[in-house]
Design a protein around this ligand. Sequence first.
Ligand code: NAP
Length: 290
Amino acid sequence: MRDGRMQGLLAILRLAVLTRDEKAMKKERNAMDMGIRGKRALVCAASRGLGLGCARSLAEAGVDLVMNARGAEALEASAQAIRDEFGVTVVTVAADITTEKGRAAVLSEAGAADILVNNAGGPPPGMWTDWQREDFIKALDANMLTPIALIKALVPGMMARGWGRVVNITSQSVKSPIAILGLSNSARAGLTGYVAGTSRQVAGKGVTINNLLPGIHATDRATALDTGVAEREGISLEEAKARRCATIPAGRYGTPEEFGAACAFLCSKHAGFIVGQNILLDGGAVNATL
Ligand code: NAP
């Protein structure tokens, strides 16, 4: 009688252990394998915001990183957090990616990178009458000519190895230009045109180039733009944010985590047939389905 009860208890325990293991296995099976573990990525402008979101998602997929930003301290802190959390190798290069010297420093560490995420700070807002030739040159350097220079430096190696991924962080302003961001509209339109042609010239060698177009995401850049609106219109920062949220069907700002996940997918083995696309991540804000 006692033996019978003991065996019953053991059976229940075995079942509980099995259910727990099965649950863990199911979770493992459900986590999508990006197929890029052990690859090497250069992520530019990545100490904060969307660039950091991309770096973190790639690290989660097992990718080793070269991370860049100008400020060394914040960059190293973000890199260390990634090393601690995901166990990948992270090299940091504190440099201005929009300068030739900065790019040379970054490229010497990037070596034979398999993945390139192009990013830099966005140009300041203003009125069409504000911008002089020098302002345009600065915006073109940062948001058009820098990504093109890095593509030209790294894509030939990717083509030779038969595999590569490039993701350019641009803006929803490519599909729906924002009046006060004329410098950004101009530079990003130029990069978009370049990518449209180039992506189709390199796709046959296993290299994809695509653009991710952020709508409003909760980063320092969004706060800076909201602060400008608040000051111009004499309202609080909260009010400026609430007004902007009301223009987004999702009713909120996007997060760097969501943005990073989309980037990691574009860099994954699953995305080899996505070529030369401009993918909006904007909570439905741009009503341009057709
Ligand atoms: P963010 O939060 O201000 O972060 C910018 C990151 O880029 C920081 O790590 C910054 O670090 C680095 N950076 C800036 N200029 C750099 C340079 N010249 N060289 C190297 N690193 C540089 O900006 P974000 O919101 O992530 O925006 C990223 C890009 O997406 C920008 O081009 C922005 O215009 C565009 N975008 C953002 C949104 C949005 O809602 N957030 C919407 C549309 C488009 P350091 O300052 O230390 O260099």
